[in-house]
Write a new protein. Sequence first.
Length: 303
Amino acid sequence: MNRTAVCVSLLLALGLAAGVSLGWRGERGRDAPVEAHRGDSASTSGLRRGAGVTESKSARHATRLERRFALLASKLAAETEERRRLEQRIESLATELAALRGSGDQTAHPVASIAPPLAAAPNNAADPPNAAAGITTMEHALVAAGIDATTAADIKRRRDELTLSEIYLRDLATREGWMDTPRFNQEMAEIGRQQTSIRDEIGDEAYDRYLAALNEPNRVAVDDVLVESPAAVAGLQAGDMVLRYGDSRIFAPDELVNATRGGVAGEPVRVEVLRQGQQLEIEVPRGPLGIRIAASRGDPVGG
């Protein structure tokens, strides 16, 4: 009887333990999906946060691009306005130059009546003669050289236009950052091709008088002749004024040097000099002369 009771008690205890175990496992099973769901929510939340960060970076980048675009647009507008002002200034200068050309006949007679003695030409270009008549030093010198006032004004106008073109080109290249580039050099060369020297415009004789009117050097003086040099053998002397080398009129030392380097070395060349008021011709071999020279002034009427 007691043995039977003990067995029954053991069986009940085992059943109770099994029930408790099954119940505990059931509770774990019900809790697991909840944890998994919570994990899924955290993952989704992380993805949403990542997407938000990406969207925030894109928005900031777009804002920076918009600000940069606005800045460039502002600079472009400012440069466009500056160019418009420059164009207006050019038009104003062109109108002013046209007015000066139109008044050329009115100023020609007083200027042409200036006495021929060219030694009285002004030394200071900043204080041009007949400034009250509206004529510049350059135009006065051209008129004194025998060029009519209308042509003198036209020469100055064309030279001024090219000078302005160079100024505006340098300004634009500096502003836009292409100074000293192939584009700049090409456009400067194009302006240079349009330039004509005053000497080519008016000829050698008038150019001689033009330099004298400006009180600028128009002669090359022989300061010294080296012993046993080609010049000494040919008979050149210190104090001679070189007027011509071959077919070229000589007005400056570098012109004489360049002339000696042309042609065939050693070929005979006739040099025209002014010595104590007399013009002489001396034959020298082309090439270095062996002389020391300097810029000088002379009366174009006498040479």
